[in-house]
Design a protein around this ligand. Structure first.
Ligand code: ACO
Length: 348
């Protein structure tokens, strides 16, 4: 059976750089606290009005498509991973299809947060293996800045996240041992509310105010009072220590699963590109797996945590820096809200 390979890769980050010290203009925090806990020095934030999750995804996609040696009209399927879509619906996939003037191809949106890109890659891999598609565009893009609260009450969340996008084009290859060797997907919803944004969503009805005579009182309705909005009910919630504890178990587990499936060991990995959740998590995982510094790529220092975009941005930067060469064994791994976690092993 044929399998898939990354034929082109690209990324885009907005030009607006916000250092930790910049954030301390808006909230009580410090460069020292942020760097010590997360490793982050700065992040990019999209233009408030000029850039969206889709427009950033398009910029990354243009590079990936050009590097794959095809045009936008050759793409035969789109998979778009994000937790910060332009609209509640429809998803970003169709917006990208429209703006890039692609054919009337299928567009699938993936809602798996930090694991979104690896999940998307796995779905694309299955379509290529069955021969259904030949040029699949896989995008991970996030504009976190639009929904974050930059007041002190949300500082444990808002100092972590940044905006950006990454994309790959997946194509079939007949070359034995090249391309995606295997992908591994997992979830455990037991702790779904530990890292979540509850609004807008059907569950939000429980927050609805008493409003006599309003039909939505019985039927539902998407509105919140100013008091509820101000209370932070519509903001992302994260129990940071609980996320940390679970991530440092599941990252190594899913990486080992991918290695075992291919009769390989950690020492065989040329480059591990983990989701850039937190530098401390990456360092812990590196230590547990006994990997050298040159076997792990991190760029969270520059971009913060860009959720579904973090793996493709890091993979692209590593490749552009010459850290990935033909024949290298590359491992992608992610963990995030849900919880969901995933890995992919590739021979470049
Ligand atoms: N600046 C200064 N002080 C802060 C900040 C901040 N930005 N954020 C929190 N604090 C304070 C808290 O108010 C608290 O103060 P208190 O002791 O007076 O009450 C103190 O620092 C400790 O707060 P904790 O939330 O316990 O901080 P912790 O040491 O756990 O660090 C962090 C928080 C960095 C979020 C950590 O828990 C962590 O890294 N968790 C992993 C979560 C993660 O990586 N999430 C990424 C997204 S999910 C994903 O991608 C998988």
């Amino acid at each position: 059976m044929q399998h898939s390979k990354i034929a082109g890769i690209g990324y885009y980050v907005p030009k607006n750089v916000y250092t930790n010290t910049d954030l301390s203009r808006f909230m009580e925090t410090s460069d020292e606290w942020i760097q010590e806990r997360t490793g982050i020095k700065e992040r990019r934030f999209a233009d408030r009005l000029g850039e969206t999750t889709t427009t950033m995804g398009i910029e990354a996609a243009k590079v990936a498509i050009a590097r794959a040696g095809i045009t936008a009209q050759d793409v035969d399927f789109i998979i778009f991973a994000t937790l910060s879509p332009d609209y509640y619906f429809p998803g970003c996939g169709v917006l990208l299809q429209r703006e890039m003037k692609m054919k009337e191809i299928g567009a699938l949106d993936i809602r798996n947060q930090c694991s979104g890109f690896v999940y998307a890659l796995s779905v694309a891999d299955q379509f290529i293996k069955t021969g259904m598609y030949k040029n699949i565009l896989v995008v991970g893009s996030e504009k976190h800045s639009f929904a974050m609260d930059f007041e002190t009450r949300s500082r444990n969340v808002s100092v972590i996240f940044g905006d950006g996008a990454g994309a790959v084009v997946l194509q079939p290859t007949q070359k034995e041992g090249q391309g995606i060797l295997s992908t591994h997907l997992h979830s455990d919803g037991a702790d779904a509310e530990i890292l979540a944004m509850f609004y807008p969503g059907s569950h939000a009805n429980k927050w609805m105010p008493e409003k006599p005579g309003y039909p939505a009182q019985e039927l539902g309705g998407l509105f919140m009072t100013t008091e509820q909005l101000e209370s932070g009910a519509a903001l992302p919630y994260m129990d940071g220590p609980a996320v940390f504890k679970k991530a440092v178990v599941k990252f190594p587990e899913v990486i080992k699963e991918a290695l075992a499936k291919n009769n390989l060991e950690a020492k065989d990995i040329d480059l591990l590109v983990p989701h850039q959740a937190n530098l401390r998590i990456s360092q812990y995982v590196q230590q547990l797996l006994g990997l050298r510094d040159d076997q792990v790529f991190n760029n969270i220092q520059k971009y913060g945590n860009t959720t579904a975009a973090s793996v493709p941005i890091a993979l692209c930067e590593a490749w552009e820096a010459g850290k990935i060469k033909e024949g290298d064994l590359v491992c992608l791994a992610a963990f995030g809200s849900g919880f969901t976690w995933a890995s992919a092993l590739l021979r470049w």
